[in-house]
Design a protein around this ligand. Structure first.
Ligand code: HEM
Length: 373
């Protein structure tokens, strides 16, 4: 993509996004204390505007490249938002999800929960622009978090400030990706346990799942809810009946054998199964998360749908299964600005999980490969 280096973006001015007052909220204070503790403990090098001297245009280049690509491919925004979750949730935000399989590397990309991840080519484009501007300086891990931040903004979500200075991992963690990423079939207690293991409380878990306001979910991830829920022969009783018909008709073309069985993503899948799943994905039309065509509203529509029994994934609908989480679903359904504030703060927290900083890690020259000296 061509970069317009002449256009000068202003340095992020958080006041125009209303963040300073946000940062005074109790949730923010708690989060910031956690970040401070985190950074002071071992990560003194993550800081605001890390590339100020070494690559002053870095964030602008990421922004303008994405904006240009987004014009013709708006689905890159949901893809990159999902990518940051899958990177940061598995051993932290270290770009390990970007590594291709190679000698000695069993890549996370090839683990079943990552099978339908997209956006790797977009990261490559951004990386090559950055390499041209400042060779060997900007890490892939920073690109992943900054690209997700721009994607949220492009999709109509909030802006949030991010520290930079992450380094890239030299290993990929395929087993962890297979077993530790949550499953679309998780019930509420598995979901909250899984997010608690990464330091997110129930409120933050509800907040993060608001990312499912945008993008597409392939039918195979919820097909069992339409016909043979829990191994029985009826639909999931928590689905609104009119919505059930809509979903059945949207997913009528997929072959039931390609749908997930009871516990699909929690066990490793042999190569033959992966091939079958990829073929199935190509034939699966999926359902857009803003299926009712009410505009790509980032936020409240998702939570309002949950309150009406119109969640797509079982795990989404589980947010209404207990008061502790349902309270936040209700709050976000009716208060867009509360959701936007919390979402920004929780994305800051997600983007700061277990980062690698000097002297650990490296700045990969190609995000798909480790630099071997
Ligand atoms: C319990 C936790 C989660 C589970 C089980 C889960 C699962 C899924 C599944 C199965 C899909 C559909 C993929 C496809 O059809 O190809 C999806 C899509 C997506 N997920 Fe999640 N997800 C979770 C949490 C999150 C979080 C925390 C984020 C980001 C902060 C996120 C962002 C997205 C986005 C943006 C999409 C749409 C991707 C696209 O259209 O390309 N998810 N997720």
């Amino acid at each position: 993509a061509e970069i317009d280096r002449s256009s000068s973006f202003q340095k992020a001015d958080y006041s125009s996004y209303g963040l300073p007052s946000v940062l005074k909220s109790p949730l923010a204070q708690r989060n910031l204390q956690e970040y401070d503790g985190h950074y002071n403990a071992s990560h003194d090098w993550l800081r605001y505007d890390y590339y100020n001297e070494s690559c002053p245009l870095a964030e602008q280049i990421i922004r303008s490249t994405l904006r240009e690509l987004y014009e013709s491919r708006p689905n890159i925004a949901p893809a990159l938002l999902r990518l940051v979750f899958h990177d940061c949730f598995v051993r932290g935000c270290d770009a390990s999800v970007l590594l291709d399989p190679a000698d000695g590397i069993e890549s996370e990309k090839e683990s079943p929960p990552n099978e339908s991840l997209k956006g790797f080519d977009v990261i490559d484009v951004i990386k090559s622009e950055l390499e041209e501007a400042c060779p060997g300086v900007v890490s892939c891990a920073d690109i992943v978090v900054l690209a997700a931040r721009e994607s949220v903004l492009l999709a109509g979500g909030p802006f949030y400030p991010l520290f930079t200075g992450r380094k890239d991992s030299m290993v990929s963690f395929q087993n962890e990706a297979t077993f530790e990423l949550p499953s679309p079939q998780d019930d509420l207690s598995s979901l909250t346990e899984s997010f608690a293991s990464r330091g997110f409380d129930e409120r933050e878990t509800v907040t993060l799942l608001g990312a499912h306001s945008i993008g597409t979910i392939h039918c195979k991830f919820f097909f069992n809810r339409l016909y043979n829920f829990s191994g029985g022969d009826g639909p999931d009783p928590s689905i609104d009946s009119g919505f059930l018909e809509v979903l059945r008709s949207k997913c009528s073309s997929i072959h039931p054998s390609s749908a997930l069985s009871a516990s699909p993503l929690s066990s490793p899948s042999p190569a033959s199964t992966e091939k079958r799943l990829s073929t199935a994905l190509r034939e699966d039309p999926g359902v857009r998360m803003d299926y009712e065509g009410q505009g790509a509203g980032f936020g409240t529509l998702y939570y309002r749908s949950l309150l009406q029994g119109k969640g797509l994934l079982f795990v989404d609908q589980q947010l209404t299964a207990a008061e502790e989480t349902k309270t936040w679903v209700r709050a976000y359904a009716s208060d867009l600005s509360l959701f936007r504030r919390d979402f920004g703060l929780t994305m800051i927290k997600l983007s700061s999980l277990q980062v690698l900083t000097v002297p650990m890690g490296q700045v990969r020259l190609d995000c798909r490969r480790v630099n071997w000296k």
